[in-house]
Ligand binder design. Structure first.
Ligand code: AP5
Ligand code: ZN
Length: 214
């Protein structure tokens, strides 16, 4: 099964993508996580990506496409994947459609997790991230057992550099201008499914399972 998660920054794409990956036994591929891992390791790609990410801008399509096409070569993609944060622009979506068409394939679903901008600002301020293992928490909605420490790996949690309020506003603008058009793109392909992302994490997941099938 090949699934794309669409939605504004902070809509809960990552949270739901992890649950989908677990249930359907497919890899969770997050371009944001891959960029952050590269920044942490100090790679060339990481250095290039950081300057864009810190400002809430998108990393150029060329760099992103190179990275994702490389990731698709991994044998764990044979039975599908859940894409989180990719595609994010029309050229990225077109490149994905084309790459799949060469193998006679298409994606199965583009799931749009809908959350109004007002809720987003609140969610981002409370998010805490583990840069070591990629886990995400929220001080109110998804607290850890010990404050500030990752439940999964014991590392210290941080507020992501791009979760500061001014940067969140930029990211929302970028989302409306460059990523929202993908909703139309996948509606025209007959692949779009919408879920209300303002519900609890469990209810959002139940709505997604209804779409994908148990
Ligand atoms: P990326 O890492 O993809 O960030 P994003 O899309 O902005 O999404 P987020 O990770 O912020 O949010 P999310 O929707 O996954 O929400 P989450 O589940 O964490 O990208 C970062 C940057 O990398 C971009 O700005 C860009 O520069 C670059 N980049 C990445 N991909 C790119 C691409 N393809 N092209 C170009 N550039 C690219 O949830 C948010 C919070 O809310 C959490 O604290 C969570 O616990 C909480 N929460 C989740 N669900 C609920 C719920 N139902 N109720 C209450 N709280 C909830
Ligand atoms: Zn961790």
């Amino acid at each position: 099964m090949k699934i794309i998660m669409l939605g504004a920054p902070g809509a809960g794409k990552g949270t739901q993508a992890k649950k989908i990956a677990d249930k359907y036994q497919i890899p969770h591929i997050s371009t944001g996580d891959i960029f952050r891992a590269n920044i942490k390791e100090g790679t060339e790609l990481g250095k290039k990506a950081k300057s864009y990410m810190d400002q809430g801008q998108l990393v150029p399509d060329e760099l992103t496409l190179e990275l994702i096409m490389d990731r698709f070569q991994n044998p764990d993609c044979e039975n599908g994947y859940v894409l989180d944060g990719f595609p994010r622009t029309i050229p990225q979506a077109e490149a994905l459609t084309e790459a799949l068409a060469k193998k006679g394939e298409t994606i199965d679903y583009a799931i749009n997790v809908e959350v109004p901008d007002e809720n987003i600002i609140n969610r981002m301020g409370g998010r805490r991230a583990c840069l070591a293992c990629g886990s995400t928490y929220h001080i109110v909605y998804a607290p850890t057992r010990v404050e500030g420490i990752c439940d999964r790996c014991g590392e210290k949690l941080v507020l992501r550099d791009d979760d500061k309020p001014e940067t969140v506003k930029n990211r929302l603008n970028v989302y409306h201008n460059q990523t929202q058009p993908l909703i139309d793109y996948y509606t025209k392909q007959g692949k779009l499914a919408e879920v209300d992302g303002t519900q609890s994490m469990e209810d959002v997941f139940n709505a997604i399972v209804k779409i994908l099938g148990a």
